[in-house]
Write a protein of this length. Structure first.
Length: 474
């Protein structure tokens, strides 16, 4: 079953009695069809069809000119046969003649009067005859296809004028509008500047995207499609708002977002975050706050993301968080000593324990003997550690207060652990995680992991690491 390609037409090939025609193979004729149909959000394919209801003759010998947008504007010429010459108003003529008679000088002889009247009568008859002949010839040429061509001409002229006015009034949002302002780039995309945005775009520039809804978006450039997706993640704008800004349909916005979330996840997360950096690599850019934890491989912490309340009672129970007092999804985040995100788990129901998430995520399986894991004191995972891997968490308060040694240990661990909390705050700067829309719940894990991966393209989290980065560039 195929639907008519014309906008606002709901005719299907198996439900209506009208005929369906494919687009012409002649490029010039096909372009005329496309211009008349005005389907701005999509281009016709070899399988696109147009129903016969849009053709004045009912077949494809003419151009499609009947649409919902102009059904009240079509006009027909009155047939010449139905037109009758109106009789002249005798009273008006006689009055005119009497006035002319008063104004004209009287000729001296009757001969002059006869000649003058004869000449005027002859001229009047010739003019009337020529006018009638020209009128008949003009209207006879408008019969048949000429009438359709005239209608098409005026309709196309109206379309061109409207399009010209629209081009002056409507300017689609584009990366070109913000590329010279780093603050705007950061606000809309989360990227710190134009250079990092272009670096991100460069990863996808030569990739042939497989669009989620099956049809390619040709009305928006690939760079602006990336911008649109980042704006959705960063600002959580409504799809209708994005459609208005980028001058496209809401369906096109959905097609772009779903497609690019999958593409970003595949490149930034699945490929670039496949491995956790080794201890040797961590030591090459180890900040001073980790001086007592030189063998630290990763710092772990969990975070929760608010979600819409599920309709199922069982899912409501599973997602309800006693800590947040609302329905949430929960994920595990791992940060290297230099502040780079190196591990992001899937999202679990909000009631899931930290220990359960650590066990199911497989992060400990990536550790090797000699590695140290830093975590909060709620991570009671010693029994899950592989052989040779150690865990360092803040001490529990057993007595009324910490001993001096315990207080120093707590402060030292806290100084190191604070960077994972700062990394989580960066992830939460993507407003789509404020409350994941119900339409995007199936993609919630991908969105969480993509937002985390995007933070690695921001400026370094720790000032010492940023200084080291700048010195390396020099």
């Amino acid at each position: 079953m195929v639907m008519c390609f014309v906008p606002d037409c709901k005719h299907y090939s198996e439900k209506q009695n009208c005929k369906f025609f494919r687009f012409p193979t002649d490029p010039s004729v096909k372009q005329k069809w496309v211009s008349l149909i005005r389907r701005g959000d999509n281009q016709p394919t070899m399988n696109s069809l147009v129903c016969s209801c849009h053709f004045r003759t009912g077949d494809r010998t003419s151009l499609p000119t009947i649409f919902k947008r102009n059904e009240d504007k079509l006009f027909t010429f009155e047939s010449p046969d139905s037109k009758k010459r109106k009789p002249q108003d005798k009273r008006r003529v006689s009055t005119s003649n009497s006035l002319l008679g008063e104004m004209e000088p009287q000729p001296s002889t009757s001969t002059a009067r006869d000649v003058t009247e004869t000449d005027c009568s002859s001229s009047r008859q010739e003019c009337t005859s020529e006018s009638r002949s020209s009128s008949t010839k003009f209207f006879s040429n408008l019969k048949g296809t000429a009438q359709q061509e005239a209608e098409l001409y005026f309709l196309q002229k109206n379309v061109d004028e409207a399009q010209e006015r629209l081009n002056k009034l409507t300017i689609s949002f584009s990366f070109n509008h913000i590329q010279n302002d780093d603050k705007l780039i950061n606000m809309y995309t989360g990227m710190p500047n134009k250079y990092m945005f272009e670096c991100l775009y460069g990863l996808f520039e030569n990739i042939n995207l497989k669009y989620y809804l099956g049809w390619t978006v040709g009305t928006i450039t690939k760079r602006d499609q990336l911008l649109l997706t980042l704006m959705k993640l960063r600002l959580n704008l409504l799809n209708l708002d994005l459609a208005f800004r980028f001058n496209c349909s809401v369906t096109t916005v959905s097609n772009i977002i779903y497609t690019w979330i999958h593409a970003l996840h595949e490149i930034l997360f699945c490929q670039l975050m496949k491995h956790i950096p080794s201890r040797t690599k961590n030591k090459s850019c180890m900040p001073s706050c980790f001086s007592t934890f030189t063998n630290c491989r990763i710092v772990l912490d969990c975070t929760e993301v608010k979600c819409m309340k599920p309709t199922s009672m069982e899912k409501q129970r599973l997602t309800y968080s006693n800590y947040k007092h609302t329905n949430t999804l929960k994920g595990l985040v791992g940060v290297a000593p230099n502040g780079v995100l190196t591990f992001i788990s899937e999202l679990y129901p909000g009631s899931t324990s930290d220990k359960k998430i650590v066990s199911d995520s497989g992060v400990l399986e990536k550790m090797t003997p000699g590695d140290l894991v830093l975590a909060d004191k709620g991570f009671l995972i010693k029994d899950l550690l592989p052989p040779g891997v150690s865990l360092n968490i803040p001490p529990f308060l057993v007595t009324s207060q910490f001993t001096p040694q315990q207080a120093i240990q707590t402060r030292t661990i806290a100084r190191a652990r604070i960077h994972v909390e700062r990394a989580i705050r960066r992830i939460k700067c993507f407003s789509i995680l404020d409350s994941v829309p119900s339409s995007l719940i199936p993609l919630s894990t991908m969105i969480f992991q993509v937002c985390g991966a995007l933070t690695n393209m921001q400026l370094p989290l720790i000032a010492e690491v940023e200084d080291l980065y700048e010195n390396t560039k020099e």
